[in-house]
Design a protein around this ligand. Structure first.
Ligand code: OGA
Ligand code: NI
Length: 358
C-alpha cells in the first residue's frame, strides 16, 4: 500500500525563480529523456483541434437541438475524451477575473507565496512538484492547489488572502463550476444510457468533491528539452480547464500524436478522468495529456477537478456490466486511488491500466 508522506524528499525549488535566473540553459533535473521531449515550434500548419461544442441550445424547447448537443458530447467522449464548450453559462467576466487574480498571485513577491508552501500530505497550497520520489525528473511549473468541496475540506486558511478580492472571486468561480459540472454529469449519464442522476449519485450525490489546481508555467529557455506537465490522465472524475487566453500549451494524445489544443475564447476545456472510465466500465476513457512550455511567454491555467466523494468505493456501474462486458476494474476509493499520482507523480495512464482486473 502506498503511504502519503509528511514532507518533500528534497528542498523545493520554485520554477518561477529558476526561470528568472536561467538565460540559456536549464538544470538537468528538468531535462526529459529524449522519447518524452516535445517538438516545439513545429511549423506544420496542422489545424486539427479537439471538438468545440456550443451548449447554448441546451435550454431551448427544440428537442432536436438538445439531442444534437448530446450527440456531439457523446461523440467527443468516445473519440477524444476531450472537448471545448462555449455558451456554458459561466460569466466571461468571472472567468477573466479568476484568471487575472491568479496571475496577480503568482506575480507577488516570493516571501508572500512561501507562506502557503504545501506538503505532500494534502498538497494544499503553493507547490512545485507532484510526487515524492527522490531524484525524480521534474516538470517546468509551479502550482497552487486547493479544496472547494466537500465544505468540511474547504479551508480559507489554505487559500491565499491576497490579492484582496481573491477569496470572494474563487468562491464565486467554484460555485459556478460546480453548477456547470453538474449539468455535464447529467448529460454524460444520459449519454451512457442511464437516468440522468445515476452518475452523480455514484459520485456520492450531495457529497461530491471539487478542487482546483492553478498551474503556472514560467518562461523556459529550452522548451524542447522539458515539459510543463508530464503526460498523465486526470485521476478524478471530470476536469474543466480554463486555459490561458494568450498562450497555447496543452497537448492531447491522439494515437501516437500529440495534438496542441487551440483554445477558443471564453471556452472551457472539458476532459474525462479515470473515475469516469472506471464507473463507465471503459465506455468512456480518460485520455493522456501534457503541457509544453515556451521561451518567450509564461502561461497560466485553472484546472477545476470534479471528483467522487473520496471515501466511497468506485467501481463499474451495475447497469454497464454484462456477461459480455464484465467489470474491468475492482472497487477502490478515490482517496486510495489518488495516492498513486501523489507519490509517483504523473505517468501517463499507467495507473488505470494497471488496475484492470482481466
Ligand atoms: C492538469 C492539466 C493542463 C494545462 O492540471 O491536470 O492537465 O493546460 N493541466 O495546464
Ligand atoms: Ni490534467
Amino acid at each position: 500500500m502506498l503511504k502519503s508522506q509528511k514532507d518533500w524528499p528534497e528542498p523545493i525549488i520554485r520554477v518561477q525563480s529558476l526561470s528568472e535566473g536561467c538565460i540559456d540553459s536549464i538544470p538537468d533535473r528538468y531535462i526529459k529523456p529524449p522519447t518524452d521531449r516535445p517538438i516545439v515550434n513545429s511549423s506544420s500548419n496542422d489545424d486539427t483541434n479537439i471538438p468545440i461544442i456550443d451548449l447554448g441550445g441546451l435550454n431551448s424547447d427544440d428537442l432536436d437541438v438538445q439531442d444534437s448537443i448530446l450527440k456531439q458530447i457523446s461523440d467527443a467522449c468516445h473519440n477524444w475524451g476531450f472537448f471545448q464548450i462555449v455558451n456554458h453559462g459561466v460569466s466571461h467576466d468571472l472567468m477573466d477575473k479568476a484568471r487575472e487574480t491568479w496571475r496577480e498571485f503568482f506575480h507577488m513577491p516570493m516571501e508572500m507565496k512561501q507562506q502557503y508552501a504545501n506538503s505532500p500530505t494534502t498538497y494544499e497550497g503553493y507547490g512545485s512538484r507532484l510526487g515524492v520520489e527522490k531524484g525524480a525528473i521534474l516538470d517546468w511549473s509551479d502550482y497552487y492547489f486547493m479544496h472547494y468541496l466537500p465544505s468540511s475540506l474547504k479551508d480559507y486558511n489554505k487559500w491565499p488572502d491576497s490579492p484582496s478580492s481573491c477569496r470572494e472571486v474563487f468562491d464565486e468561480y467554484g460555485k459556478e463550476l460546480v453548477k456547470l459540472s453538474g449539468r455535464l454529469m447529467k448529460i454524460l449519464s444520459l449519454n451512457l444510457g442511464l437516468e440522468e442522476k445515476i452518475l452523480e449519485n455514484a459520485f456520492g450525490g450531495e457529497e461530491i468533491g471539487a478542487c482546483m489546481r492553478v498551474n503556472f508555467y514560467p518562461k523556459c529557455p529550452r522548451p524542447e528539452l522539458t515539459l510543463g506537465l508530464s503526460s498523465h490522465s486526470d485521476p478524478g472524475g471530470m476536469t474543466m480547464l480554463l486555459p490561458d487566453d494568450q498562450v497555447a500549451g496543452l497537448q492531447v494524445r491522439k494515437f501516437d500524436n500529440w495534438i496542441t489544443v487551440n483554445p477558443v475564447r471564453h471556452g472551457f476545456i472539458v476532459n474525462i478522468g479515470d473515475q469516469i472510465q472506471v464507473l463507465s466500465n471503459a465506455k468512456y476513457k480518460s485520455v493522456e495529456h501534457r503541457v509544453i512550455v515556451n521561451s518567450d511567454q509564461e502561461r497560466l491555467s485553472l484546472a477545476f477537478f470534479y471528483n467522487p466523494k473520496s471515501d466511497i468505493p468506485i467501481e463499474p456501474l451495475k447497469q454497464l456490466v454484462t456477461p459480455e462486458k464484465p467489470a474491468l476494474y475492482p472497487a477502490m476509493t478515490f482517496d486510495e486511488y489518488r495516492l498513486f499520482i501523489r507519490t509517483r507523480g504523473p505517468c501517463g495512464k499507467s495507473q488505470v491500466e494497471s488496475m484492470k482486473s482481466l
